[in-house]
Design a binder for this molecule. Structure first.
Ligand code: SF4
Length: 215
């Protein structure tokens, strides 16, 4: 069924119903949090970008609330503070549209999963959209994945062997002659608080990205 969906689909439609468990959660959240966005959250940034950043999925009180990717919570604030520091974007907040974004940002799974843990089937189903998004990025040179699930999704999208591309924090992988993949732990509050991910790691990663892209 998965492969029948791979026909020029770029984005999931509003109220996409391909993952029943995520649809159930969305319907519950529409009652619990009627002022939240409660829908799939799409990627932002030009498709002609050389850099693609892939996160896991919308957070309940972040993108699932505001409707904007990596927005309205700790992870979003942290990521965008680094994008601003390295001159990749300008400000981005809940109330204003982003300006001068020089990368594309998307998620492996476009809907909020329970406990931030999508199932393998949900990851594979939503990969249709991730793959379509990547296929449109003809000038892509660098991909930064936040966390194991984003990394695995990327490997599925490129139809590579997972055994040849193991996730490792701060590791560089060559996907093909054009594209380098960089792994990072997710920029979550938990990972920062536990020092699993250090701010100096993010500095190293963004310096490497700038170097690879000649920015
Ligand atoms: S996670 Fe992706 S495929 Fe599943 S319902 Fe949401 S948009 Fe559709």
């Amino acid at each position: 069924m998965l492969y029948n969906l791979r026909i020029n689909l770029m984005e999931p439609k509003k109220n996409c119903n391909l993952c029943s468990r995520l649809v159930d959660l969305r319907e519950k959240n529409k009652i619990l949090f009627p002022n939240f966005f409660n829908d799939r959250v799409l990627g932002i940034g030009p498709l002609y970008s050389k850099l693609l950043i892939i996160g896991l999925a919308p957070g309940l009180r972040g993108a699932n609330r505001t409707g904007k990717i990596f927005n309205g919570d700790f992870s979003g604030n942290l990521l965008f503070s680094f994008l601003k520091k390295y001159n990749i974007t300008e400000n981005y907040d809940e109330f204003n549209e982003i300006k001068n974004i020089r990368c594309r940002i998307t998620n492996a799974v476009k809907c909020l999963p329970p406990k931030n843990k999508p199932t393998t089937d949900e990851i594979k189903t939503c990969n249709t959209f991730l793959e379509a998004e990547i296929n449109k990025m003809k000038q892509l040179n660098v991909i930064l994945t936040f966390g194991q699930i984003a990394h695995n999704s990327l490997i599925i999208a490129f139809n590579k062997k997972p055994s040849e591309y193991k996730f490792k924090h701060q590791k560089k992988h060559k996907i093909n002659n054009q594209i380098t993949l960089i792994n990072s732990y997710h920029c979550s509050r938990y990972n920062i608080n536990t020092k699993r991910l250090k701010l100096s790691d993010l500095d190293n990663i963004f310096k490497l990205i700038k170097e690879l892209l000649n920015l």
